[in-house]
Design a protein around this ligand. Sequence first.
Ligand SMILES: Nc1ncnc2c1ncn2[C@@H]1O[C@H](COP(=O)(O)OP(=O)(O)OP(=O)(O)O)[C@@H](O)[C@H]1O
Ligand SMILES: [Mg+2]
Length: 411
Amino acid sequence: MKSSQQELIVGLDIGSTKVCVVVGRQGEDGIEIIGVGQSQSHGLKNGMIVNIESTAAAIRRAVNEAELMAGCEVNNVVVGIADKFIYGQNSLGVVRVKHGEVTEQDIHRVIESAQAVPLPPNREILHIIPREFIIDEQNEISHPLGMTCSRLEVKLHLVTAASTSIKNITKACHLAGLEASSIVLQSIASAEAVLMTDERELGVALIDIGGGTTDIAVISNNALWHTAEISMAGNHLTGDLAVGMRILINEAESIKRAHGCCQKSMVDKDEQVGITTTGHNSGRQLSRQTMAMILQARAEELFSLIDRELHRSGHSGELVAGAVITGGTSLLSGMEELAERTLNMPVRIGRSTNVRGLADMVSQPIYSTGVGLVLYGAKNAHVPKKPKPRINTGELMRIIAEVQRVLKEFF
Ligand SMILES: Nc1ncnc2c1ncn2[C@@H]1O[C@H](COP(=O)(O)OP(=O)(O)OP(=O)(O)O)[C@@H](O)[C@H]1O
Ligand SMILES: [Mg+2]
């Protein structure tokens, strides 16, 4: 029997190398993954849609596969976004508390006041993430509702995206017959899937190294402080290997996955690897150490950019739990060791472990964003996109009078 869309939460990760659809279902003891679909990505460059029709076709292929596996029809998706025009900034809002006690309306007003920052043209706010509230002089308040004070402040993280990127993602979903119920920054989704509560509390950097982009999120005290994206990832490693070893991109890709290592000290200098694909390179022997030197040089360059970004966040000194790397490129042999050495902090590979169902399958780091989108969707299902305006007393009296008039007419 087909499950209805209402009980499903579907994550759509439009990555630079693959489009992936993860179908989850809210159960009594957490999220159960019941379907996964994947197709080769087309129409994207460095995480950005450059051809809507090809992207939509790739989305449709991945959705068909996921529908088949899950035995359900997918209509709504929580979709990820990442491109070089995503921009995160911190902001502060202040309001006077009118009745001496913080109401829901005060919280909405203070969050709204923090959004009053000048935005460059053609940008939209994607996420408003409160980090802490301050009542009078007391800071680090997470739930100010009902507290007594005269002044309420909020510190929050705003993530903005280019309007065109948001429109293109929505349009590609429509063309594929889907409704994008929300658009979520990919690094926020990956963090949702792979970080542990202690890490979020102590301070951690989430680094998702995919094919075209590396997404970073800095989280400390359970709050998001910094988000950034670097347009360098696994495809650059493959490209360097192809040029350096004079082989084709598809040969470089499969050799990188099967025999690549980004720490030359971990590789025996006499080890040779034969090319197994057909073509004029077939049977050629390549030095694994030379390949490791090429991969190490690029991986070190990438991690120096990541390190710079972490320093720019102003919170690099607080990353007590170190860094968690995920995404397909985190699987490259030697990556964890190289990351520890270059960032000078403890590093682990992040996998989604807090879901049931097809848990083994989605624990692969390439699925972190897709699973995270499902978890994010489940967690935020009740949150309205924009705070609803409250009805004032005059409005309420008018509604009551109208109801009384209608009742009189009938009785
Ligand atoms: N076992 C492996 N060893 C090394 N690299 C790998 C391995 N498996 C996948 N990769 C690399 O991971 C990258 C793809 O990762 P992922 O699926 O997370 O990217 P994506 O989500 O499609 O792209 P992006 O997040 O950049 O938009 C590719 O560059 C691929 O070569
Ligand atoms: Mg990705």
